[in-house]
Write a protein that binds this ligand. Structure first.
Ligand SMILES: Cc1cc2nc3c(=O)[nH]c(=O)nc-3n(C[C@H](O)[C@H](O)[C@H](O)COP(=O)(O)OP(=O)(O)OC[C@H]3O[C@@H](n4cnc5c(N)ncnc54)[C@H](O)[C@@H]3O)c2cc1C
Length: 96
């Protein structure tokens, strides 16, 4: 979990850095948004599982974190649309 979170953070920082440098950041931002959203969903589901029944009930914050993670796969460009953006970039020879 910690490794994926750190990897997502680095992708986000790279996309932000490219934007600050006024360089093309379409591929970098699609990768960052896609990866961060997927990892957030994967690991909050796992966090609910680790907590067992307590993970499911609303008294604990972990179920809220799972729902909050889900929306990141949907808004501001769904994960599927980020994949389309990335595939179009790869077609143009932009790999990262
Ligand atoms: C809580 C919340 C806040 C929001 N805030 C804002 C906001 O502030 N501003 C704003 O403008 N919008 C906002 N939205 C809207 C949000 O951006 C859209 O819900 C999102 O873009 C997805 O569009 P849609 O719901 O029409 O789904 P659809 O476009 O109908 O997509 C449904 C599903 O089909 C998939 N899909 C669609 N097209 C393709 C394709 N070509 N190939 C493969 N899969 C595809 C999608 O990935 C998705 O899984 C918000 C939504 C929510 C739930």
């Amino acid at each position: 979990m910690a490794t994926d979170i750190q990897a997502a953070r680095l992708l986000i920082h790279r996309a932000a850095w490219l934007k600050d440098q006024k360089q093309d950041f379409i591929m970098a931002s699609a990768m960052a948004k896609y990866f961060a959203a997927e990892m957030a969903m994967k690991h909050t589901v796992e966090a609910v599982q680790i907590h067992g029944g307590y993970g499911y009930v609303s008294e604990y914050h972990v179920e809220r974190m799972m729902r909050d993670a889900k929306i990141t796969q949907i808004y501001e460009g769904t994960s599927e649309i980020q994949q389309i953006v990335m595939s179009r970039m790869i077609e143009k020879g932009i790999l990262y």
